[in-house]
Design a protein around this ligand. Structure first.
Ligand code: AHR
Length: 498
């Protein structure tokens, strides 16, 4: 063996919140229209049954909507009530240069989104408009969705077909307010956040049976996060306001074209994906520096591969490939390692856009390789993460400061004591034999089963309607010797061992 993974069952990290496998969908390109919703291949309400089915099978835990940059230009009242009466608006950020989708019809609005979530069986997460909206509008949205009393807004929801409150728990206050959400300084956003949180938080106090979780949007620039948290930490003469999670967005691979990439580019791309680890540590430290009395979770609100193919004019679409899926596996391992600080993460963007899991073309919909990775990692959800150390060869990456470690892994244990280990071979050139040692366990007595993804496939291989099934998991042979399991991992593969 040339790599060794050691799992330390005595060293539990924390629960892997199922929300670490969450999603993000924006009114951008074909994500909502043609992805979640369409007039052509829909059931009677306009939902795509095929997409609904694929997402329901994956048991996605949370879905963030309506943006993204779109969120800070969105006025939720445009998207409720009779569809014929809804106003058409320009899509400020994502229609630029696109003649085919110049406007937002508002056909898919709050009630459609929340019904979609109910059908998929996922928790909704709404991102309120801070950039061009006001606190009243945000508080009204909470009232429309969640209030059960005798008010005009609660009655409007009932008239629109939803008698019971939806009970939306997650509320984001703004998106990238350092950029498209208003170009605010950290101090400015902290003040806006405080103002919005006062009104939205008061709605929470009013509805005693709800428990809202409020989310602030941070930045990949960690100095910005520190200054935001400092300003937030300055309570107003001892008066605190709600802040439950702080987020950042991490995309990688921006300079790589899938069509032109080769092995060296793949290495660099994967190293960029692994920088997720650094960002989680830095944002957690920004929180810890200030939030002594509060428990504030880290959310990676948007993440994934973003290649040069994804240009605004094509609605940020790019091919769904094995190399992207491999990066997702590496990132999900990192999330597991940080289960003590992380409360959620949302890959961008569920359908058709960026590193989506599901792609559509006319009346066809299929799972991309990244979907297979989420499926393989699903047994980790809700388990306790275990400290895992990896001894692996690596390769120097041209033009980069970091080497690419070939083998990555994470492990977790379920309530019934069953351990689950995921192992990646990020080396796109060579196979590696990996020993997995679970300290103190005698695997010889247990039934060991393993599955592998992407064996024998080229990293640049793209999934389409006709070959999507070829990316499904295969059984993988495991050699068991006491507490040591040995697997042979072909180049660019991912394995799950239980
Ligand atoms: O996901 C695409 C865009 O990326 C989002 O609108 C924005 O939040 C981020 O910059």
């Amino acid at each position: 063996a040339n790599a060794r993974v050691t799992v330390h069952p005595e060293a539990r990290i924390d629960r892997i919140e199922p929300e670490l496998h969450g999603h993000f969908s924006e009114h951008l390109g074909r994500c909502v229209y043609d992805g979640l919703w369409t007039d052509d291949t829909a059931d009677e309400d306009g939902f795509r049954e095929d997409v609904l089915g694929l997402l329901a099978d994956l048991e996605i835990p949370v879905l963030r909507w309506p943006g993204g940059c779109f969120a800070d230009d969105y006025h939720w009242e445009d998207g409720v009530g009779s569809r014929e009466d809804r106003p058409r608006r320009r899509n400020l950020f994502w229609a630029q240069g696109r003649e085919d989708v110049p406007e937002e019809s508002n056909a898919f609005g709050t009630d459609e989104f929340l019904e979609f979530c109910e059908r998929v069986g996922t928790e909704p997460y709404l991102a309120a408009n801070v950039g061009s909206g006001d606190p009243q509008e945000a508080a009204d949205w909470v009232e429309y969705c969640n209030y059960d009393g005798d008010t005009e807004l609660a009655d409007r929801r009932r008239a629109n077909g939803h008698e019971e409150p939806y009970g939306v728990k997650y509320w984001g206050l703004g998106n990238e307010n350092w950029g498209c959400g208003g170009q605010m300084t950290p101090e400015q956003y902290a003040r806006e956040y405080r103002r919005f949180a006062t009104y939205v938080g008061s709605m929470d106090n009013l509805m005693l049976d709800h428990d809202l979780e409020l989310i602030a949007c941070g930045f990949e620039n960690h100095e910005w996060n520190h200054r935001f948290m400092e300003e937030i930490g300055n309570t107003n003469w001892g008066v605190e306001f709600p802040l439950d999670h702080l987020t950042l967005h991490h995309y990688y691979g921006r300079t790589m074209s899938i069509a032109e990439a080769g092995e060296e580019k793949y290495d660099q791309f994967l190293v960029e994906a692994l920088e997720m680890d650094y960002h989680i540590e830095r944002i957690a430290s920004a929180i810890n520096a200030v939030a002594t009395t509060r428990d504030i979770g880290v959310i990676i609100d948007e993440w994934g591969a973003w290649h040069t193919e994804a240009v605004a004019e094509n609605g940020l679409e790019q091919p769904g490939t094995v190399i992207d899926a491999l990066s997702a596996a590496a990132v999900l391992d990192i999330f597991n390692h940080h289960s003590d600080v992380m409360t959620m993460s949302n890959i961008a963007q569920t359908v058709n856009v960026l590193q989506c899991l599901v792609e559509t073309d006319g009346d066809e919909a299929w799972a991309r390789p990244t979907y297979r990775v989420f499926d393989l990692y699903a047994p980790h959800k809700g388990n306790d993460a275990l400290t895992t150390t990896v001894d692996t060869p690596s390769r120097e990456v041209e033009h980069g400061d970091d080497d690419l470690p070939f083998v990555g892994a994470s492990a977790s244990v379920a309530e019934d004591g069953e351990t689950y280990v995921t192992v990646t071979n990020l080396d796109c050139r060579d196979g590696h034999t990996v020993e997995v040692a679970i300290e103190g366990a005698d695997a010889g007595d247990a039934d060991v089963a393993a599955q592998v993804l992407f064996e024998g496939q080229d990293p640049g291989l793209e999934a389409g309607a006709s070959n999507a099934d070829e990316f499904a998991a295969d059984d993988l042979g495991v050699d068991v010797d006491g507490d040591v399991l040995t697997v042979d991992l072909a180049p660019s593969t991912v394995a799950g061992i239980s």
